[in-house]
Design a protein around this ligand. Structure first.
Ligand SMILES: Cc1cc2nc3c(=O)[nH]c(=O)nc-3n(C[C@H](O)[C@H](O)[C@H](O)COP(=O)(O)OP(=O)(O)OC[C@H]3O[C@@H](n4cnc5c(N)ncnc54)[C@H](O)[C@@H]3O)c2cc1C
Length: 409
């Protein structure tokens, strides 16, 4: 029988990704007794996210320069085929974060504001006992830690370690949509790096990555991120991601002798309409655990941070009101609707567009349609492209085009 020890706190946050790390630091700042745990023993490891963000997010979410890998001011879209289009701005448009540094910084902030951080702890299960949550965590040596808390937050990402997957959808198209990604961190020559610096480059079209896309993002001088991502299509046999990324490297970096510093990857799993329960009693979901990853660009960091900005004040109110006669469910009843409002009305539109675009992108006909859409962007400014890809402002390109884009025509 593994030995067991126990801890008490007001809020236990399971998962030190962008969502959990941000919530823990916000709550600690407000004087809440918070414990942040993660199964990783080192937050530098498994830095699976390519972590591209628009520049405004740095200020909106109060992120420091130390978490930035590089800045970019240009979009470059390669494909379908060999067509290359680029849009440049004189100003920085965004950043590529060092994902490990972001997680470390958040955990460090939580500690500095008086919170507790415990790594190498895997949450196994949780249940409610009266008005407290009891969560069992396993250490690498098999011993157990029992944490009793007023609230437990499942910020374990797409794994949804405590909340579990949403109940089977009434309509099959409302279920979880999955995307799989693989990324290599490459050491390249400075001459090679300079060709890709300052820009986000995406490869689009079925001859690059069927049902998905590839990318090269710059990090600090001499380091690039090379990645592939695609929607999982159970109806189709899909080529292995390892083969696709090797081929991408061969085509984009011809003749370059690069060193692979790290290989990482992961899954993104989200529902399109985000109607799943966000809470079960005193267990609350945050970030990817409640489908805040957007499937159009596999982008979830901003939205994970948004979910914690919404939840933090509501949790504080709920803690302040503890003892009053409101139930846990009532105390956080505004969470899901407020988060839906914060993500905006274009959210599920972008998800449907993602499903249609990526799943359909496996043949020349779809490449032709994509090429037409990209041609329509030729006269845009780089800032307009950011508004489209980060702000999901499809209506700018004509409401008449939307039914076509969404597959209603
Ligand atoms: C290949 C790839 C590329 C991406 N690129 C981008 C990008 O460019 N821009 C962008 O915005 N987003 C990107 N994303 C998505 C983004 O990384 C996620 O949406 C974001 O990290 C979600 O944050 P989170 O905190 O909700 O979950 P996560 O970041 O997944 O964090 C969850 C944490 O919980 C821990 N955990 C899981 N289970 C347990 C358990 N049982 N016990 C304890 N701890 C546990 C994990 O170790 C992890 O640290 C990418 C994703 C992938 C896979």
């Amino acid at each position: 029988m593994p030995s067991e020890s126990s801890l008490h706190c007001q809020v236990l946050v399971v998962g030190a990704g962008p969502a959990g790390g941000d919530l823990a630091r916000r709550l600690a700042f407000q004087g809440v007794d918070v414990i942040l745990v993660d199964r990783l023993t080192d937050l530098n490891r498994s830095a699976f996210s390519s972590a591209a963000l628009p520049i405004a997010s740095m200020q909106v979410f109060g992120l420091p320069a130390e978490v930035v890998g590089s800045r970019w001011r240009q979009w470059q879209l390669i494909g379908p085929g060999s067509a290359t289009r680029s849009w440049a701005s004189p100003q920085p448009l965004g950043v590529v974060l060092d994902f490990g540094a972001l997680r470390r910084w958040q955990a460090d902030q939580c500690l500095r504001w008086g919170g507790r951080v415990a790594l190498g702890l895997q949450a196994c299960c949780s249940h409610q006992e009266g008005e407290r949550m009891v969560t069992l965590l396993r250490r690498a040596d098999g011993t157990l830690l029992r944490v009793s808390s007023d609230w437990t937050v499942d910020a374990s990402g797409q794994a949804r370690a405590l909340l579990g997957d949403p109940p089977p959808a009434q309509r099959p198209r409302d279920g979880l949509v999955r995307a799989a990604g693989l990324e290599w961190l490459l050491q390249v020559s400075l001459t090679c790096w300079e060709r890709w610096a300052d820009r986000l480059s995406f490869c689009l079209g079925s001859d690059w990555v069927p049902q998905g896309y590839g990318w090269i993002f710059p990090m600090q001088p001499g380091v690039l991120k090379l990645g592939v991502c695609r929607l999982v299509d159970p109806q189709r046999q899909q080529p292995p991601l390892g083969r696709l990324i090797t081929e991408l490297g061969r085509r984009l970096l011809p003749g370059e002798v690069f060193k692979v510093l790290d290989r990482h990857g992961g899954l993104v799993r989200s529902t399109i309409r985000r109607r799943e329960p966000h809470q079960r009693g005193r267990l609350v979901g945050l970030g990817d655990a409640v489908s805040t990853a957007n499937l159009l660009g596999g982008e979830g960091i901003r939205h994970a941070l948004t979910s914690s900005a919404v939840l933090a004040p509501l949790l504080q109110e709920a803690l302040a009101a503890s003892g009053a006669s409101t139930s846990a469910q009532q105390a956080l009843q505004d969470y899901a609707p407020q988060l839906r409002r914060a993500l905006g009305w274009r959210w599920s539109l972008s998800g449907r567009l993602a499903r249609r675009t990526w799943l359909g992108l496996h043949e020349a006909k779809a490449d032709g349609r994509l090429d037409q859409v990209l041609r329509g962007l030729d006269g845009c400014r780089a800032e307009d492209l950011s508004a489209l890809l980060f702000g999901y402002r499809f209506e700018r390109y004509g409401l008449r085009a939307m039914p076509y884009l969404l597959g209603w025509r």
